[in-house]
Design a protein. Structure first.
Lengths: 451, 834
């Protein structure tokens, strides 16, 4: 099934250097061009970078209420690392996620914060059966424009899911393991291994060099997928309602793969990545891990593998020890400081440390060419948390940064203070429209925001 | 350590009244209460014969008055304390509709948390009456009295199950599912059907795994053109380096200089194992009391210099083992001033394909009490193993891999297969993979794939490989499906029914082994024998004696006791400088071996509380301060029980329930209540005014600081339960070592429980736990049943849990009696359609 315009592997490798490889499924062989691809008009990309357990708002907040203001000359401590990009991002304040609040349920603000952040829905309090949140904004976008890229979206993270015991109150760990939800009951798991992310996009190193053999195996792959799809459909017909829903997930996933195979065959030429294949596993250093993930995000946007990425710096309730930030206590434990100055200082250090890592993403995006501008010019990147005051578990006045110009639609370099209790979903509806996805509403949205 | 501490936000903001006890009762209720009280006392049955009567009259006579007297003062419509009001339950019928309210009521009453301290307390028999009522109707069968065994949602194999299953099915090695996203867990376990989902990301991984597994199984992993370096293993730079241990070639750090790990050898062949011994110079030893030699002193005479060097650097052995068997050993000599020779040792070893443990170390260092003696002031180790390289393969056998025989059961060599082989091979493969007999049309679709490959010009073996790939992606393989007769049709049978023998075989094998049913189980299912009591019990015993039953330790117990958090535990190196990765692994191993012994020796469950034995090696014994145990290998050790016995005083548990920098009596109390007694304390409510912690400096002990917690009645309600248990364990620091002082303060490890019982120290605490054996056994039953079923327990499971608990008590609490109780229970044997 390799069309004649696909070059034999050796010829391609000669021109392009040593880091190339082909994907794990023969049927998904793309063609690698000699030159980088140029889009007719650069598409807009969207990314969300999430930090857990709240922020010391005293060291984040900037002056200005109800309106748009220029960014201050002096940045608060936590935001100082990002000061160098002051004309490429804005601070947003006043947004809230009502879905994170208890509304009669038991304790579980962390689970609720994570599950509501991109869904603007109030998750159902359950430890196992029938988990239910909402459809997250990244997946809404993926449903509309995801078909134009190899991957509808990517979900990345630095921390693997917690297991063993309920994670927060009576909420299943499913709620705090991700912020991305394809359907109200289908959370999207994150990939935490940089190598795995790389290989999903650019293939493993051990594929057959012979294109004829590869073509034959691609045909077998297709037959195999046809067979298991048939099996699943027949099986589904014999099951009760709950079990049918489980099989639905299976069917959706197989069909998704098949769509991507078709797409890879028709895909335009893809420029090779300027990134060496990462080593297996997860880097020991958190800084190295985060930066590598940011590099991969940049490469994913650059090669148009996807236009929608979510990235969790850490999981909600995460108890990581950030020794590289000079803190030897665990994160979540510290955030319930109850006024202790020593703990507040340590959390501030952690918050600032996270922002420092984020600047690496801004640096990569703003220095990568993308047609008539940089990647950052054509993106919308949100950096934020689902909890503001981590000690009191507040879900209003959420700390939020918005970077990137979305192809010129967003003016940056400002502090925009929205009316208190403005739903975050209003921001999402606005962002979706910049992607060309017009939605009346999302979650608890009441309209759009001015950007 | 556990990532769930108690300081998460709580229920709805309680009204400000809730911080102090409610001042008045409501007048209308008061009179009714007084009238009913008389009837209440007259009508009270003795606790032993307390009957369950959900009818309205019983409710009006017994329960409603109790609520009025002891509960409704705060829990009424006006105050809505803790968002609960009993006002709406005027009649028994109304009460019966709110099962989970009564479950929580029973929990609080039983734990002595309600009514709160300082309020009128009900007499024991009145309380028992209400408890019996709450328990009784909450566990009612379905309205028409039919059994309700519940149902499990179709669930996919989780990562552990996938790894074990492909190894058993195909005879391959390795753990491909380690690349899959982490499984979500529900009700504490990662095999919960409702929570396990399939995403497009996971499907990609399944496809990638099916591709490489099918290739490895039929042809073996692809051979390189020539031998190359398969691995270059080094330890992390230091024991306070950040990050996980997942980086492939990076091994845990050992202050004692060892290098250890496991490696997957892809082929049966010869491999070259090269390791390098390294060291840094020590200072010259100085005889005691002798002054330091001045710099410009003349050099020592040769004999004296050599003598000092010999004392400082006596020859030491280095030992290298593979799966515990020595493959190389040497004596390292001192070579220059206060140093040792360094160098690489190379050995060729024949190794079977598969995962093998290796270890290179200086055995004598295991017997040094304090590992810091092997450290120089700048953090480098005096003696250590620098790296281990694995190079190969050499002299690979040209024969097909072992997995070939698992698949090609027709026993023909490659290239010599007959026409009929395809059907034979595929039928066997599909039957074992789908865990049931397969129909002719199912086999045909798979043999069609074999034919397709051959028609395209590929070999028969390649055709079989494609069939294997298809089987590994089939929903029949990935999901454990249980059928209900006529489920999708209109005249579906709604009664509970026994699951089929094949479904039972799968439930059994995934419960006890986290693996597919073996041929013996499948054969018994084929002949409809498995469900018969005379067959089932011996099979369970056989399975418990099988090595695969280690899954009960590695999978069930590690999740039940939250031991997986030990990987994430990072004791602060500044405070606990002698704790490195190797010691943490030793802690884990101790608990795993202990649990394994309980299961293998079919001991009483209560031994988990205080059995006076454990498994230690030299370093761990040094950590505990126990003498007489030396060497790197683990050995069984009898304890006198005064300081250590059972689970609660093992370092793994004590570390998991601490913070990186200090102990937490609250975390430990919560751990015991949650995991051993099944009485998890509720999370603290929101809106609690913060403690005036600033006023409490480091001049006050941790215990005194926590007493502040309990001065406030609202906090004390729960902390009276939690804190004493933690106090009883305070003589074990945040890494489980024994101590008598916390800084300058002598530790007071006495405690008082809510019911007034006092105790001092962990031994007496364990005695109290032992006296609560019913709660202990019931909790373990619930956890094991949840794990065995793959779903959370509901109110209708209460009957089954009680039956099992009684069965276990009658059998001296033997572990096998618990397993048999679970296997023979209704929820395990039966299923209710939707």
């Amino acid at each position: 099934m390799i069309s004649s315009r696909h070059l034999p592997r050796r010829a391609v490798l000669k021109g392009l250097g040593a880091t190339l490889a082909l994907p794990f499924l023969d049927a998904m062989v793309p063609a690698f061009a000699r030159a980088a691809q140029v889009h007719a008009a650069s598409p807009t990309r969207m990314a969300f970078v999430y930090v857990p357990n709240g922020i010391i708002m005293d060291e984040w907040a900037v002056p200005g209420l109800d309106g748009a203001f220029p960014l201050p000359t002096e940045f608060p401590r936590i935001l100082q690392p990002v000061a160098g990009y002051r004309d490429q991002f804005s601070i947003l304040s006043g947004l809230m996620q009502d879905g994170g609040r208890a509304h009669g349920d038991g304790p579980g603000d962390h689970a609720r914060a994570g599950a509501s952040y991109l869904t603007s829905a109030h998750p159902k309090e359950t430890a196992g059966a029938d988990i239910q949140a909402g459809v997250s904004v990244d997946q809404v976008a993926a449903q509309h424009i995801g078909g134009q890229t190899r991957f509808p979206s990517l979900e990345l993270g630095c921390e693997e899911g917690l297991y063993g015991g309920n994670c927060d109150g009576r909420y299943s760990c499913a709620y705090s393991n991700t912020i991305s939800w394809r359907t109200p009951s289908a959370p999207m798991p994150q990939e935490t291994s940089p190598r795995a992310v790389f290989e999903r996009m650019f293939g493993t190193a051990d594929l057959d060099p012979d294109p004829v053999r590869r073509a034959r195996r691609a045909a077998y792959d297709q037959s195999v997928l046809d067979l298991v799809l048939d099996q699943a459909k027949t099986l589904q017909g014999t099951l009760g309602a709950t079990d049918r829903r489980k099989l639905d997930e299976y069917l959706f996933s197989v069909r998704d793969i098949e769509k991507r195979i078709v797409q890879a065959e028709q895909a335009a030429d893809v420029a090779p990545p300027e990134l060496a294949r990462p080593r297996p596993g997860v880097p020991q250093s958190f800084i190295a891990h985060a930066r590598l993930m940011f590099d991969l995000m940049t490469v994913a946007f650059q090669t148009d593998m996807t236009r929608i990425i979510t990235f969790m710096v850490g999981l909600e309730l995460g108890n990581k020890v950030y020794e590289e930030a000079g803190v030897s206590e665990a994160h979540h434990g510290l955030t319930h400081h109850r006024g202790d100055a020593g703990k507040i200082e340590k959390i501030t250090q952690i918050n600032r440390f996270h922002v420092e890592q984020f600047t690496h993403l801004l640096e990569r995006l703003s220095t990568t060419n993308d047609g008539d501008g940089t990647l950052l010019d054509h993106s919308m990147v949100v950096y934020g948390a689902g909890i503001s005051d981590g000690n009191r578990h507040h879900h209003h006045d959420l700390p939020t940064l918005l970077a990137g110009r979305a192809g010129g639609r967003i003016t940056q370099g400002r502090h925009i203070s929205y009316a208190p209790e403005t739903p975050m979903a209003n921001l999402f509806v606005t962002m979706l429209s910049y992607l060309g996805v017009e939605k009346e509403s999302l979650g608890d949205s009441t309209g759009r925001v001015a950007l | 350590m556990t990532s769930r501490d108690t300081a998460t936000s709580g229920r709805l903001e309680p009204s400000s009244n809730a911080l102090t006890p409610c001042p008045t009762t409501r007048p209308s209720r008061r009179r009714a209460a007084a009238l009913a009280t008389a009837a209440f006392w007259v009508g009270l049955a003795s606790p032993a014969s307390a009957q369950v009567e959900p009818q309205d009259s019983a409710f009006a006579a017994h329960i409603r008055p109790f609520l009025d007297t002891y509960c409704a003062t705060c829990h009424n419509d006006d105050l809505q304390t803790a968002d609960l009001s009993f006002d709406r339950f005027e009649t028994g019928t109304e009460a019966s509709a709110a099962a989970d309210v009564w479950n929580r009521v029973a929990e609080r009453l039983r734990a002595g948390q309600m009514p709160p301290r300082g309020r009128p307390q009900p007499p024991a028999d009145a309380k028992a009456q209400v408890l019996a009522w709450a328990d009784g109707f909450a566990g009612a069968a379905t309205p028409d009295g039919a059994p309700n065994p519940g149902r499990v949602t179709a669930r996919r194999l989780n990562r552990t199950e996938y790894n074990n299953t492909v190894r058993s099915l195909l005879g391959v090695h390795g753990s491909p599912a380690d690349e899959f996203p982490a499984d979500d867990s529900g009700y504490g376990f990662d095999n919960n059907g409702d929570v396990l989902s399939i995403s497009p990301l996971l499907m990609e991984k399944y496809i990638a795994a099916a591709r490489s597994l099918s290739r490895d199984a039929v042809f073996g992993p692809p051979l390189p053109d020539e031998p190359f370096q398969l691995a270059h293993y080094m330890a992390r730079r230091s024991h306070d380096a950040d990050g996980s241990l997942d980086d492939a070639d990076t091994l845990p750090y050992s202050m004692r200089g060892a290098l250890y790990g496991s490696h997957l050898f892809p082929w049966t062949a010869e491999y070259e194992l090269r390791f390098r011994v390294a060291n840094y110079r020590q200072r010259a030893p100085r005889p005691e009391g002798a002054p330091r030699r001045p710099r410009d002193a003349p050099p020592l005479p040769p004999e004296q210099f050599l003598e000092e060097m010999r004392l400082a650097a006596p020859p030491v052995p280095v030992v290298a083992t593979l799966d515990g068997e020595v493959f190389d050993e040497a004596i390292i000599e001192g070579v220059n001033a206060f140093g040792y020779e360094r160098g690489e040792f190379v050995t060729r070893v024949t190794v079977e394909a598969g995962e093998h443990d290796f270890r290179v170390s200086y055995p004598h260092i295991a017997d040094i009490v304090d590992p810091r003696e092997n450290m120089l002031p700048d953090g480098r180790r005096v003696m250590y193993i620098d790296y281990l390289d694995i190079v190969g393969p050499f002299k690979v056998s040209p024969a097909p891999p072992a997995s070939y025989d698992e698949i090609f059961i027709c026993r023909h060599q490659p290239g010599t297969h007959k026409e009929s082989c395809a059907g034979e091979i595929v039928t066997n493969l599909a039957r074992r993979a789908y865990r049931r007999p397969v129909a002719a049309h199912e086999v045909e679709r798979l043999t069609d794939l074999v034919t397709q490959a051959q028609d395209a010009g590929d070999s028969f073996e390649e055709g079989v490989r494609v069939a294997v790939q298809a089987v590994l992606l089939s929903p029949h393989f990935l999901f454990r499906i249980e059928r209900d007769p006529g489920a999708a049709s209109d005249n579906a049978n709604a009664d509970a029914h026994l699951i089929s023998d094949h479904e039972l075989a799968s439930r059994l094998s995934y419960f006890l082994w986290a693996d597919m049913p073996d041929d013996e189980l499948l054969d018994l299912a084929d002949t409809s024998q498995l469900g018969r009591p005379a067959v089932l019990e011996p099979q369970v015993r056989r399975m418990l004696a099988d090595p695969r039953a280690s899954a009960l330790v590695d999978t069930f117990a590690e999740q039940w006791l939250q031991l997986r958090n030990l990987d994430r535990a990072k004791p602060d190196p500044a405070r606990f400088p002698a704790v490195d990765d190797e010691l943490r692994h030793a802690m884990r191993r101790e608990t795993d071996l202990f649990l394994g012994a309980i299961i293998r020796e079919d001991r009483s469950l209560l031994d988990l509380i205080d059995a006076p034995f454990t498994f230690l090696n030299g370093p761990l014994a040094h950590h505990y301060g126990i003498t007489g145990v030396t060497g790197e290998a683990f050995q069984r050790v009898e304890l006198d029980g005064s300081q250590r016995s059972g689970l609660m005083t093992q370092a793994s548990i004590l570390t998991v329930s601490s913070y990186p920098t200090r102990t937490s009596p609250v975390l430990r109390g919560k751990w015991v209540l949650e995991n051993l007694l099944g009485a998890p304390p509720p999370d603290p409510p929101a809106g609690v005014p913060p403690l005036d912690v600033a006023a409490v400096g480091s001049t006050v002990s941790l215990r005194a600081q926590l007493e502040e917690h309990r001065a406030n009645v609202t906090c004390a309600v729960c902390h009276d339960q939690i804190d004493p248990i933690g106090f009883g364990l305070e003589r074990y620091d945040a890494t489980g070592a024994w101590r008598t002082h916390d800084g300058p303060f002598e530790i007071d490890d006495s405690g008082t429980l809510p019911d007034g019982t006092t105790f001092r120290g962990s031994l007496e605490l364990k005695g109290i736990l032992r006296s609560q054996q019913d709660a202990f056994t019931k909790n373990l039953t619930e956890k094991l049943l949840t794990y065995a079923l793959g779903r959370g327990l509901e109110a209708y499971d209460a009957e089954a849990v009680d039956a099992i608990t009684q069965q276990v008590a009658a059998a001296d609490h033997r572990f096998s009696s618990l397993v048999l109780g679970v296997v023979e229970s209704q929820p395990f044997r039966m299923r209710r359609p939707e």
